[in-house]
Design a protein around this ligand. Structure first.
Ligand SMILES: *Cc1c(COP(=O)(O)O)cnc(C)c1O
Length: 391
């Protein structure tokens, strides 16, 4: 049973054509990155205003099929502002999966609001709508037109679905639930640029969505993020909040709110414009990688490669294997892969198990904990090869 994992490590190295260690996810710069970044340096426009920021925002909005995109310094800042413009306030509760990166909960905490953890589906790895509704029925009541948590007395304001490793959440039933219970949706689409649910891009379903362009994401701007929304007024407010709430004037420094310096610098946006041009190519390569992994995983019993949910097109940001709990111990498999030069990693510790969030309200999280024992992410950088031609 163990030998297969040594062979898998060898096969992964062979697939990547390398004797050295294989990283989990490396950025690929084979487009116009140098040209655009150089242009910033030559022109002196490296900082907070410039044409690349404007272009990047326009191209992102167009790609994601939303009215507006606001480029910011990172995905966490994008979530923070998306939640703020959606009206999340101090002492509100915000429903979110327990199986997510800590930034989802941190952004809620920055507003003085409280994360409320719910369970995920073993098929999508995102919020399980059926289980969510059962939980709401169990703990919720309506007071003055708001859904309130009976156990804490706090208003439950919003839901943050997160599209794990690029696999879209089952949005239709979730939208229906949020509609009926008066909950706002803010999507954490940090991992899902290039992922579509029933033909519509993730991040465009709720009132606002957040993207990340951190170095390990499907495209990178070094560090960066963006807020997506179809609401022009919210978009203007988001832009205002990320640019110190300065009122435009020829010389005066006037600011009408306590706001943030979250604007993405032009030099990062230059990188973003070049990377976005390569996104269709990355997506194609990511899908090829799924086929290769299906082949080399075939001899291993008791493990499945996660594939895109029905009606969805996933960006396959991180390739994911799910171990049969009775067949394998996750940490044993991780040890073998790591020792043999293949960077693999487990999924996040469920957030309710982290000290800053241990006291937060939560539902039964059995799927979350099951998946935590089963999931391993394996190298996911697009393969270079004969298809690797510049466009
Ligand atoms: C990457 C990520 C973020 C935060 O993005 P940063 O750009 O690193 O701040 C938020 N949520 C999830 C699920 C992420 O994977």
């Amino acid at each position: 049973m163990i030998r297969e994992w040594f062979e898998l490590a060898e096969n992964i190295k062979k697939m990547y054509g390398s004797e050295g260690a294989i990283a989990l996810h490396e950025p690929t710069f084979d487009g116009k990155e140098m040209e655009y970044v150089n242009d910033c340096i030559q022109s002196g426009w490296v900082s907070s205003v410039g044409k690349y920021v404007i272009d990047f925002e326009k191209q992102l909005a167009s790609y994601a099929g939303v009215k507006r995109a606001i480029a910011v310094v990172n995905g966490t800042a994008a979530l923070h502002i998306a939640l703020k413009i959606a009206g999340v306030k101090e002492q509100d509760e915000v429903l979110m999966p327990a199986l997510t990166f800590i930034a989802t909960a941190n952004a809620v905490s920055y507003l003085g609001a409280v994360p409320h953890f719910v369970d995920v589906s073993t098929l999508t790895l995102g919020i399980d709508p059926d289980k969510l509704e059962k939980h709401i029925i169990q703990i919720g009541k309506f007071k003055d037109g708001h859904l309130v948590n009976r156990l804490t007395g706090r208003i439950i304001r919003a839901v943050v679905p997160m599209h794990t490793f690029g696999h879209p959440v089952d949005m239709d039933p979730l939208l229906d639930i949020c509609n009926r219970y008066g909950l706002v949706i803010i999507e954490d689409a940090a991992e899902s640029l290039g992922s579509f649910y029933k033909g519509k891009h993730t991040g465009g379903f709720g009132l606002a969505g957040a993207l990340s362009f951190n170095g390990n994401k499907i495209i990178t701007t070094g560090g960066g993020g963006a807020i997506l929304t179809n609401d022009e007024q919210l978009a203007d407010h988001a832009k205002h909040l990320t640019t110190t709430a300065k009122i435009p004037h020829k010389w005066d420094y006037r600011h009408d709110e306590i706001a943030y310096n979250y604007r993405m610098p032009n030099i990062n946006a230059a990188l973003g414009c070049a990377q976005l041009e390569r996104l269709p190519y990355f997506l194609e390569k990511k899908k090829n990688l799924v086929k290769k992994y299906q082949e080399i995983l075939k001899p291993i019993k008791g493990v499945r490669l996660l594939t895109e949910p029905e009606s969805s097109s996933s960006n396959y940001w991180l390739q994911t294997i799910i171990l049969d709990e009775d067949s394998y111990n996750r940490d044993d498999v991780l040890e073998i892969l790591l020792k043999n030069g293949v960077q693999a990693r487990p999924v996040w510790t469920p957030l309710d198990g982290l000290s800053p969030y241990s006291g937060c309200p939560k539902d039964d999280l059995s799927n979350t904990y099951l998946l935590n024992r089963q999931i391993i992410n394996i190298p996911s950088t697009p393969l270079k090869g004969e298809h690797n031609v510049k466009t």
